[in-house]
Design a protein around this ligand. Sequence first.
Ligand code: NCD
Length: 318
Amino acid sequence: MRHILESQQFDRQLLEQLFMETKLIDEALNSAKRKKALRDICRDRLLFTLFFEPSTRTRFSFESAATHLGMRIIDTESAGISSSEVKGERLDRSIRNLCTYRPDAIVLRYHRAGGAALAAKVSTVPVINAGDGKGQHPTQALLDIYTIWKELGRVDDITVLIGGDLLNGRTARSLAYMLGKFDRVRIIFVSPKELRMGDDVLSYLKKHGVEYLETDNLTEVLGEADVVYWTRTQLERMNGDEQKHFEAVKKQFVFRKSHLSLLKPSGILLHPQPIADEIEDGVDESLQARYFAQSANGLPLRMVLLVWVQKLVMPRYY
Ligand code: NCD
């Protein structure tokens, strides 16, 4: 694995290895002695993080992950306004230049689908896609399925309800692709008709024998879910008219406290965050709302990914 660009590139064996190594790193972070030793794994290596779109969790968790591994970081968190793109420079030329400053890896969030793939074409170092427009967000999907595995003890034989703006939400897309790697997974897509999951994802699921259904009625299907993955309406990706239209629709796509009683007792509620107003106040306090634990899993998981792309090995004693 050189670059991390999309969910489809992972296979089952690699995912299982990722789960095990993430768990070990997570345990190591909880022991002062082992936590210190982690800093030798990538000591004095250099990470560039280049974010053309807003981010809280993804950037902080990647930069924390790099720091816990002993890396140094040069970052730009508002590349959309502070990089030479503003002057008309194309992404591929920016990347070619940045590579000459000898980073060991680049984490890129771009505002157009295909940005990470374009960067990877010219980059001499590993590129990690931290979200590319309406495209994908594979490292989020990896931490999502890691969370499912950790919380439920399996990813096979489960029903996952993915709800919200499925047309524009890259995390929902990447998760659906990722679930296609497991056995007997059923996906229920819940969205307004106009914001249905893209046909590219649906045909991938068909091809890989994943059973799915689409509906706009949450309460009717909620009781079937082992995992509910709720997402935000991506208003920033819509034009003015669409925004007006979906401001109205989005009220019907709020996960409410009353929904919790329809969830299986063993069911969990996940959300990639940020949460705007699609989760009602009070839901956070439920033991079944696991999205803060989910986001915490991003740290050890991204540590493993940084080690992998740099072709370094995890010390055996972990
Ligand atoms: C998401 C994103 O940027 O795609 N956030 C994240 O990275 N966890 C989700 C969103 O913006 O709705």
